[in-house]
Design a protein around this ligand. Structure first.
Ligand SMILES: [Zn+2]
Length: 161
């Protein structure tokens, strides 16, 4: 039976669009470019200090927030389709797994608790002490889930008697 040599788990997030189980962060390139452009505009405004600068700065900040929400929610949903497409093209199996508790579960001992993730970015297992970036830990959990899900999918189905 076909058994993939390895899996790559992808954790999707808002700050880092995707974090893979090998610890790589992928950011939306367009979004970071847009944020840099906004920061430059802000600096220009502050340097010139026109009379209405404060009001315009406030309006700009609001606009920027709206844009970031829009831009990052779009790829967040599209990413799944894109990954599936790329995987099919490359001829590798693609599985979507249940993402529940992937950021609260310890990949070493299996202990699952909300307190394992004290902040958005950090993971520390309350039972065994395993620590690391929360999104990488989630990526590892996703990978492990895909591995066991695949075994289940390819298991011979017993015929009803
Ligand atoms: Zn643990």
């Amino acid at each position: 039976m076909y058994e993939p040599a390895d899996w790559i788990g992808v954790d999707r997030g808002i700050v880092n669009l995707a974090t893979t189980s090998d610890g790589t962060n992928h950011q939306g390139r367009r979004l970071s470019r847009y944020r840099r452009w906004q920061a430059r505009k802000r600096a220009e405004f502050q340097a010139r200090r026109p009379r209405s600068a404060t009001r315009r700065l406030a309006r700009r900040a609001q606009k920027e927030r709206r844009h970031a929400t829009h831009v990052s929610s779009w790829p967040f949903h599209q990413l799944g389709h894109h990954l599936a497409y790329k995987a099919r093209k490359a001829g590798v199996p693609f599985l979507e797994v249940d993402a529940r508790h992937t950021s609260q579960r310890c990949p070493r001992c299996g202990h699952t608790e909300r307190a394992n993730r004290p902040t958005r970015d950090h993971f520390r297992c309350r039972r065994c002490g395993l620590a690391g970036p929360a999104d990488v830990v989630a990526g590892v959990n996703v990978r492990d889930r895909a591995r066991s899900a695949w075994a289940f999918v390819t298991m011979p189905v017993p015929h009803p008697v």
